[in-house]
Design a protein around this ligand. Structure first.
Ligand code: AMP
Length: 538
């Protein structure tokens, strides 16, 4: 550091900001608070601070985790007072470095080493700082700052157009880097970050349609109905001989999917970015459970054997780059036409253009009859956008499925003895950034899945109870249910009736969990279909 460089930012400022943000309801005020804080940071502090504020330890696509179990944390917490005396105040960078060190620790001594770093971190923090540190470690920041609010705060801090910040986020896929570029390189810097071959792009998301009418209204009377395939989303990048494949969460999954690499290399054009869904199938072409597909994504060894045991089918639905041109600003219709010209028909998503409610409904019925999840409806003129979901893409599926996070797990009894097997399910409360519990289930998993889930949830534990553990809300499961009921048992006010896990969604993270707002909306709409009994409150 040069002698006149600004001093390190104390962590106390970040933890103080987190508390103020938690007490601030209005989005505009949150934006202003964030902007003022970001403006005060040194360049090397910006990215770590942004991650810590949104409650992440590392960037979204960064695969590192802390691997700090509840037992370690509990011991560190109980010893905390003895280490506090005479310590230097913590800085933002020191906190970020300590987390990186904990994540990087490996080998036989790793538990001890992690514990030592954690002790010193917690010991040096004041009680207030420690509370925010723990919230970060537990993945429960609860200060109402999601990606959208942070992007607006970054735009205000850098005094640039929020749209430019959103676009840069789509191509950089990391809020920390976006903030650093916006603040220190301005609008010009942001504009330099365009789509690039071999660098992952944040995927465009769809909003859940309430009715076919809503789709037609939003899309101007015509929409493209595609089958919603039940697999995992992938982006396939090729630049000459180099091919890279990225998952929905932007991690590199190239090594596990050799046949997709071969497929990409065999196409007659050398430079493109394709997007689609990979589905695992058996020898007869019937869809295999989602867990098998995830095994393909994770596999590092025995790829050839896995390839035979779990073949993949590919369904492509978008083209984001072709030759030397980005297509993200081109209308969907044009991207589709180019896609049709590039790839063989059998790997194209099944699709039709619909002008009426009846056409959308029969598209849905056919998709469901063929065993798919539902349909996607895409506006013909829409560019490829990320960030805010703007009703340019809709999904329409039967209403009785939700993606929820597991927030606690209870030990089972009888056949499930020794396994963490009764799971507390929760939706995401966008207002607070926290989770709202809506039920429990022990249904839907195989014995092998219970066993591996037990191990996984133990490693995510944040407190131990007589009955099991509260856990960091990182495991996402898709649950089917029969009905949403009013319930006095949970602060959310709702409970799922007959909830059962249909899939462990390893491709999704906590930010993909369905929202509390959606749950309330589904509850209200249940009565449109079923009618409301007398005396039932909304
Ligand atoms: P959901 O996971 O329910 O939010 O639905 C969106 C996901 O559906 C996307 O991220 C894709 O993985 C998947 N999907 C399946 N078929 C399609 C399709 N034809 N177009 C876009 N996404 C699709």
């Amino acid at each position: 550091m040069t002698p006149d460089a600004p001093p390190d930012t104390p962590y106390a400022r970040l933890s103080g900001l987190a508390r103020t943000l938690a007490a601030t309801r209005r989005r505009l005020e949150k934006r202003a608070l964030l902007a003022a804080f970001l403006c005060s940071l040194r360049k090397d502090e910006v990215a770590p601070a942004v991650h810590l504020i949104v409650g992440r330890i590392f960037a979204e696509a960064d695969g590192r985790t802390l691997k700090v179990g509840w037992a370690t944390l509990k011991r560190a917490l109980s010893d905390v007072r003895q280490t506090t005396l005479g310590a230097e105040p913590l800085t933002v960078l020191e906190v970020a470095r300590a987390f990186a060190q904990i994540a990087a620790t490996e080998g036989p001594e790793s538990v001890k080493v992690r514990r030592r770093i954690l002790d010193s971190l917690l010991g040096r923090g004041t009680a207030d700082e420690r509370e925010i540190l723990l919230r970060t470690i537990f993945g429960e920041m609860r200060i109402g700052v999601n990606e959208g609010v942070m992007l607006d705060g970054i735009a205000d801090a850098a005094q640039v157009d929020p749209e430019a910040v959103r676009t840069a986020q789509m191509f950089l896929g990391d809020l920390g880097t976006v903030a650093e570029v916006a603040l220190f390189e301005g609008a010009e810097g942001l504009a330099r970050h365009r789509i690039r071959l071999l660098a992952p792009v944040k995927p465009m998301l769809a909003e859940l349609a309430k009715t076919p009418e809503e789709i037609l209204e939003e899309h101007g009377g015509v929409t493209a109905v595609e089958v919603k395939f039940d697999g995992a989303r992938i982006q396939i990048h090729r630049d000459g001989d180099r091919v890279r494949i990225f998952s929905r969460r932007l991690s590199d999954v190239t090594a596990g999917l050799p046949e997709v690499v071969e497929f990409a290399r065999a196409l007659p054009t050398p430079r493109f970015i394709l997007e689609g869904e990979a589905v695992a199938v058996d020898a007869e072409g019937r869809p295999l459970p989602f867990q098998d597909l995830m095994r393909r994504f994770r596999r590092v060894h025995g790829i050839e054997a896995a390839r035979e045991a779990i073949p993949l089918r590919l369904y492509l639905f978008d083209l984001l780059y072709l030759g030397d041109a980005s297509l993200v600003d081109a209308p969907y219709e044009q991207r589709w036409t180019l896609l049709e010209g590039l790839v063989p028909r059998e790997v194209l998503a099944t699709r039709r253009i619909a002008h009426t409610k009846g056409e959308i409904e029969s598209g849905l019925a056919e998709a469901l009859a063929a065993g798919h999840e539902g349909i996607m409806a895409k506006a013909l003129a829409s560019p490829y956008t990320v960030g805010t979901r703007r009703k340019r893409w809709f999904k329409l599926k039967p209403a009785d499925l939700l993606d929820v996070a597991i927030v606690a797990a209870e030990w089972g009894s009888g056949r499930r003895e020794g396994w963490l097997s009764n799971y507390w399910l929760a939706v995401r409360d966008a207002k607070t950034g926290g989770f709202q519990m809506i039920g429990k289930t022990f249904k839907g998993l195989t014995d092998a899945e219970f066993a591996s889930m037990t191990e996984r949830l133990r490693s995510l534990a944040v407190s131990e109870e007589r009955w099991g553990f509260h856990v960091r809300p990182e495991v996402v499961v898709e649950v089917a249910y029969n009905e949403i009921q009013r319930s006095p048992h949970y602060p959310s006010g709702f409970a799922l009736r007959f909830a059962r896990i249909v899939r462990i969604r390893d491709d999704k993270g906590p930010s993909d969990v369905d929202s509390y707002a959606r749950l309330k909306d589904l509850y209200a709409r249940q009565f449109e279909r079923k009618g409301r009994g007398p005396g039932v409150r909304r």
